[in-house]
Design a protein around this ligand. Structure first.
Ligand code: ZN
Length: 274
Protein backbone atom coordinates (compact mmCIF):
# COMPACT_ATOMS: atom_id res chain seq x y z
CA UNK A 1 0.00 0.00 0.00
CA UNK A 2 1.21 3.49 -0.86
CA UNK A 3 1.44 5.49 2.37
CA UNK A 4 1.17 8.78 0.39
CA UNK A 5 -2.25 7.97 -0.99
CA UNK A 6 -4.65 10.69 0.24
CA UNK A 7 -7.48 8.17 -0.13
CA UNK A 8 -5.98 5.85 2.43
CA UNK A 9 -8.04 7.13 5.33
CA UNK A 10 -11.16 6.22 3.37
CA UNK A 11 -10.13 2.58 2.98
CA UNK A 12 -12.19 -0.08 4.74
CA UNK A 13 -11.62 -0.35 8.49
CA UNK A 14 -11.92 -3.44 10.69
CA UNK A 15 -15.58 -4.17 11.43
CA UNK A 16 -15.17 -6.70 14.21
CA UNK A 17 -12.44 -8.33 16.27
CA UNK A 18 -12.36 -12.03 17.02
CA UNK A 19 -10.26 -14.54 18.92
CA UNK A 20 -9.09 -17.51 16.88
CA UNK A 21 -10.46 -20.76 18.43
CA UNK A 22 -7.10 -22.50 17.87
CA UNK A 23 -5.54 -19.94 20.24
CA UNK A 24 -2.80 -19.62 17.64
CA UNK A 25 -1.73 -23.25 18.00
CA UNK A 26 -1.09 -25.41 14.93
CA UNK A 27 0.03 -22.43 12.87
CA UNK A 28 3.31 -22.84 11.06
CA UNK A 29 5.87 -20.07 11.35
CA UNK A 30 4.86 -17.04 9.29
CA UNK A 31 1.25 -18.04 8.60
CA UNK A 32 -0.23 -15.93 11.41
CA UNK A 33 1.40 -12.56 11.96
CA UNK A 34 0.65 -11.28 15.43
CA UNK A 35 -1.63 -12.40 18.21
CA UNK A 36 -4.55 -14.82 18.02
CA UNK A 37 -6.66 -12.50 20.18
CA UNK A 38 -8.50 -9.43 18.94
CA UNK A 39 -7.86 -10.31 15.31
CA UNK A 40 -9.30 -7.57 13.07
CA UNK A 41 -11.82 -8.63 10.42
CA UNK A 42 -12.65 -6.40 7.46
CA UNK A 43 -15.68 -6.46 5.18
CA UNK A 44 -15.20 -7.98 1.74
CA UNK A 45 -14.23 -5.71 -1.15
CA UNK A 46 -15.91 -5.71 -4.55
CA UNK A 47 -12.88 -7.64 -5.85
CA UNK A 48 -13.38 -10.35 -3.22
CA UNK A 49 -16.97 -10.76 -4.30
CA UNK A 50 -16.01 -11.27 -7.95
CA UNK A 51 -13.36 -13.86 -7.06
CA UNK A 52 -15.74 -15.79 -4.86
CA UNK A 53 -18.32 -16.10 -7.62
CA UNK A 54 -15.93 -17.96 -9.92
CA UNK A 55 -17.12 -21.57 -9.65
CA UNK A 56 -13.77 -23.26 -10.34
CA UNK A 57 -11.92 -21.14 -7.84
CA UNK A 58 -14.46 -22.07 -5.21
CA UNK A 59 -14.11 -25.79 -5.77
CA UNK A 60 -10.36 -25.72 -5.18
CA UNK A 61 -10.68 -23.47 -2.16
CA UNK A 62 -8.64 -20.82 -3.96
CA UNK A 63 -11.34 -18.15 -3.65
CA UNK A 64 -11.98 -18.82 0.02
CA UNK A 65 -8.27 -18.61 0.77
CA UNK A 66 -7.96 -15.27 -1.01
CA UNK A 67 -10.99 -13.83 0.75
CA UNK A 68 -9.60 -14.84 4.15
CA UNK A 69 -6.27 -13.19 3.36
CA UNK A 70 -8.07 -10.06 2.15
CA UNK A 71 -10.47 -9.70 5.10
CA UNK A 72 -8.16 -11.00 7.81
CA UNK A 73 -4.76 -9.55 6.92
CA UNK A 74 -2.93 -11.09 9.89
CA UNK A 75 -3.30 -14.39 8.06
CA UNK A 76 -0.55 -14.50 5.51
CA UNK A 77 -1.33 -17.86 3.93
CA UNK A 78 -4.90 -19.06 4.32
CA UNK A 79 -4.20 -22.43 2.71
CA UNK A 80 -2.19 -23.33 5.80
CA UNK A 81 -4.78 -22.20 8.35
CA UNK A 82 -5.77 -25.00 10.75
CA UNK A 83 -9.25 -26.21 9.83
CA UNK A 84 -10.61 -25.49 13.33
CA UNK A 85 -10.37 -21.74 12.64
CA UNK A 86 -12.02 -21.80 9.22
CA UNK A 87 -15.70 -21.64 10.14
CA UNK A 88 -15.06 -18.84 12.63
CA UNK A 89 -13.15 -16.89 9.98
CA UNK A 90 -15.82 -17.34 7.30
CA UNK A 91 -18.68 -16.54 9.67
CA UNK A 92 -16.92 -13.42 10.94
CA UNK A 93 -16.23 -12.24 7.36
CA UNK A 94 -19.93 -12.74 6.62
CA UNK A 95 -20.77 -10.68 9.74
CA UNK A 96 -18.29 -7.94 8.82
CA UNK A 97 -19.74 -7.73 5.31
CA UNK A 98 -23.48 -8.27 5.75
CA UNK A 99 -24.21 -8.10 9.50
CA UNK A 100 -25.13 -10.63 12.17
CA UNK A 101 -28.36 -11.99 10.75
CA UNK A 102 -28.63 -14.71 8.19
CA UNK A 103 -31.84 -16.05 6.71
CA UNK A 104 -32.27 -19.59 5.60
CA UNK A 105 -35.08 -21.80 4.35
CA UNK A 106 -35.83 -25.31 5.50
CA UNK A 107 -38.53 -27.68 4.31
CA UNK A 108 -40.38 -29.37 7.18
CA UNK A 109 -39.71 -33.12 7.15
CA UNK A 110 -43.23 -33.78 8.46
CA UNK A 111 -45.59 -31.59 6.44
CA UNK A 112 -43.39 -30.21 3.65
CA UNK A 113 -43.92 -26.53 4.52
CA UNK A 114 -41.05 -24.28 3.52
CA UNK A 115 -40.13 -22.28 6.59
CA UNK A 116 -37.99 -19.18 6.70
CA UNK A 117 -35.73 -18.91 9.70
CA UNK A 118 -33.24 -16.36 10.92
CA UNK A 119 -29.93 -17.15 12.50
CA UNK A 120 -27.70 -14.96 14.66
CA UNK A 121 -24.20 -15.62 13.37
CA UNK A 122 -22.68 -14.05 16.48
CA UNK A 123 -23.74 -17.09 18.48
CA UNK A 124 -21.74 -19.32 16.13
CA UNK A 125 -18.61 -17.29 16.84
CA UNK A 126 -19.26 -17.69 20.59
CA UNK A 127 -19.81 -21.43 20.18
CA UNK A 128 -16.37 -22.03 18.65
CA UNK A 129 -14.61 -19.93 21.31
CA UNK A 130 -15.20 -22.56 23.97
CA UNK A 131 -14.20 -25.69 22.08
CA UNK A 132 -11.04 -27.65 22.65
CA UNK A 133 -9.17 -29.72 20.12
CA UNK A 134 -8.10 -33.03 21.65
CA UNK A 135 -4.59 -33.48 20.32
CA UNK A 136 -3.41 -36.65 21.95
CA UNK A 137 -4.60 -40.25 21.96
CA UNK A 138 -3.38 -42.69 24.58
CA UNK A 139 -3.02 -46.26 23.31
CA UNK A 140 -3.04 -48.94 26.04
CA UNK A 141 -1.16 -46.60 28.40
CA UNK A 142 2.04 -47.24 26.43
CA UNK A 143 1.86 -45.10 23.32
CA UNK A 144 0.79 -41.50 22.92
CA UNK A 145 -0.30 -40.47 19.46
CA UNK A 146 -0.09 -36.71 18.89
CA UNK A 147 -2.51 -35.36 16.33
CA UNK A 148 -3.21 -31.96 14.80
CA UNK A 149 -6.07 -30.44 12.80
CA UNK A 150 -5.68 -30.53 9.03
CA UNK A 151 -4.70 -27.36 7.26
CA UNK A 152 -7.27 -25.84 4.91
CA UNK A 153 -5.45 -27.08 1.80
CA UNK A 154 -5.11 -30.61 3.21
CA UNK A 155 -8.75 -30.67 4.21
CA UNK A 156 -9.76 -29.66 0.68
CA UNK A 157 -7.51 -32.28 -0.85
CA UNK A 158 -9.03 -35.10 1.20
CA UNK A 159 -12.61 -34.02 0.68
CA UNK A 160 -12.14 -33.68 -3.10
CA UNK A 161 -10.45 -37.09 -3.38
CA UNK A 162 -13.11 -38.68 -1.21
CA UNK A 163 -15.84 -37.06 -3.29
CA UNK A 164 -14.32 -38.44 -6.50
CA UNK A 165 -14.14 -41.99 -5.13
CA UNK A 166 -17.67 -41.86 -3.74
CA UNK A 167 -18.91 -40.69 -7.12
CA UNK A 168 -17.07 -43.55 -8.86
CA UNK A 169 -18.65 -45.98 -6.43
CA UNK A 170 -22.06 -44.59 -7.24
CA UNK A 171 -21.39 -44.96 -10.97
CA UNK A 172 -20.58 -48.66 -10.68
CA UNK A 173 -24.32 -49.41 -10.80
CA UNK A 174 -24.07 -48.82 -14.56
CA UNK A 175 -21.36 -51.47 -15.03
CA UNK A 176 -21.81 -55.03 -16.24
CA UNK A 177 -21.75 -57.64 -13.45
CA UNK A 178 -18.55 -59.28 -14.71
CA UNK A 179 -16.62 -56.07 -14.36
CA UNK A 180 -18.42 -54.56 -11.42
CA UNK A 181 -16.85 -56.42 -8.49
CA UNK A 182 -13.31 -55.77 -9.69
CA UNK A 183 -13.96 -52.04 -9.99
CA UNK A 184 -15.67 -51.87 -6.59
CA UNK A 185 -12.77 -53.70 -4.92
CA UNK A 186 -10.34 -51.22 -6.42
CA UNK A 187 -12.36 -48.22 -5.23
CA UNK A 188 -12.51 -49.61 -1.68
CA UNK A 189 -8.75 -50.14 -1.81
CA UNK A 190 -8.30 -46.51 -2.86
CA UNK A 191 -10.66 -45.33 -0.11
CA UNK A 192 -8.69 -47.19 2.53
CA UNK A 193 -5.42 -45.79 1.16
CA UNK A 194 -6.92 -42.32 1.30
CA UNK A 195 -7.88 -42.86 4.92
CA UNK A 196 -4.37 -44.02 5.74
CA UNK A 197 -2.98 -40.85 4.13
CA UNK A 198 -5.42 -38.80 6.20
CA UNK A 199 -4.15 -40.49 9.38
CA UNK A 200 -0.54 -39.93 8.39
CA UNK A 201 -1.18 -36.26 7.72
CA UNK A 202 -3.00 -35.83 11.03
CA UNK A 203 -0.45 -37.66 13.18
CA UNK A 204 2.47 -35.50 14.24
CA UNK A 205 4.31 -38.07 16.30
CA UNK A 206 4.00 -41.25 18.35
CA UNK A 207 5.64 -41.33 21.75
CA UNK A 208 6.82 -44.76 22.95
CA UNK A 209 8.34 -45.37 26.41
CA UNK A 210 11.79 -44.97 24.80
CA UNK A 211 11.45 -42.76 21.76
CA UNK A 212 9.49 -40.09 19.98
CA UNK A 213 8.76 -41.19 16.43
CA UNK A 214 8.09 -38.48 13.88
CA UNK A 215 9.19 -40.23 10.67
CA UNK A 216 6.17 -40.75 8.42
CA UNK A 217 7.52 -44.05 7.02
CA UNK A 218 7.79 -45.57 10.51
CA UNK A 219 4.35 -44.33 11.47
CA UNK A 220 2.91 -45.73 8.24
CA UNK A 221 4.45 -49.16 8.96
CA UNK A 222 2.97 -49.03 12.44
CA UNK A 223 -0.51 -48.20 11.11
CA UNK A 224 -0.28 -51.07 8.63
CA UNK A 225 0.78 -53.49 11.35
CA UNK A 226 -1.25 -52.56 14.41
CA UNK A 227 -4.42 -54.35 15.46
CA UNK A 228 -7.67 -53.08 14.05
CA UNK A 229 -8.86 -52.02 17.48
CA UNK A 230 -6.01 -49.53 17.78
CA UNK A 231 -6.55 -48.33 14.23
CA UNK A 232 -10.20 -47.72 15.06
CA UNK A 233 -9.28 -45.89 18.25
CA UNK A 234 -7.29 -43.37 16.20
CA UNK A 235 -10.06 -43.16 13.62
CA UNK A 236 -12.71 -42.51 16.28
CA UNK A 237 -10.69 -39.75 17.92
CA UNK A 238 -10.17 -37.99 14.59
CA UNK A 239 -13.88 -38.27 13.82
CA UNK A 240 -14.79 -37.04 17.29
CA UNK A 241 -12.73 -33.90 16.78
CA UNK A 242 -14.33 -33.38 13.39
CA UNK A 243 -17.79 -33.68 14.92
CA UNK A 244 -17.00 -31.33 17.83
CA UNK A 245 -15.63 -28.73 15.42
CA UNK A 246 -18.48 -28.85 12.91
CA UNK A 247 -20.93 -25.97 12.62
CA UNK A 248 -23.38 -25.93 15.57
CA UNK A 249 -26.93 -27.11 14.96
CA UNK A 250 -29.80 -24.72 15.30
CA UNK A 251 -33.11 -25.67 16.84
CA UNK A 252 -36.10 -24.86 14.62
CA UNK A 253 -39.85 -25.36 14.77
CA UNK A 254 -42.21 -25.60 11.80
CA UNK A 255 -44.65 -22.67 11.74
CA UNK A 256 -47.33 -24.84 10.21
CA UNK A 257 -47.34 -28.14 12.15
CA UNK A 258 -44.99 -27.43 15.04
CA UNK A 259 -42.53 -30.24 14.26
CA UNK A 260 -39.16 -29.54 15.84
CA UNK A 261 -35.88 -30.17 14.10
CA UNK A 262 -32.18 -29.48 14.33
CA UNK A 263 -30.43 -28.12 11.32
CA UNK A 264 -26.86 -27.36 10.60
CA UNK A 265 -26.17 -24.06 8.92
CA UNK A 266 -23.64 -24.38 6.17
CA UNK A 267 -22.03 -21.32 4.66
CA UNK A 268 -21.61 -21.86 0.97
CA UNK A 269 -21.70 -19.88 -2.23
CA UNK A 270 -25.48 -20.03 -2.44
CA UNK A 271 -26.14 -18.26 0.87
CA UNK A 272 -22.95 -16.36 1.64
CA UNK A 273 -24.05 -13.35 -0.42
CA UNK A 274 -27.76 -13.58 0.25
ZN1 ZN B 1 -44.35 -28.88 9.43
Amino acid sequence: MNQNNPLMKFFRQPKIYINLPSRGLYYEQGVLSGNYEQVPIFAMTGMDEIISKTPDALFSGEATARIIESCCPVIKNAKLVPSIDLDTLMVSIRIATFGNKMNFTQTCKNCGTENDYESDLGSIIDHFQNLKYVNSISINDTLTVKIRPLQYEEMNHFSIENFKLQRMLYQTTELADTEKQKVIDKIYQDLSDLQLQLFLTSIESIQTPDAQVTQKEFIEEYLRNCEREIYNQIKNKLEENKEIWSMPKQHVKCASCGTEDHIQIVLDQSNFFA
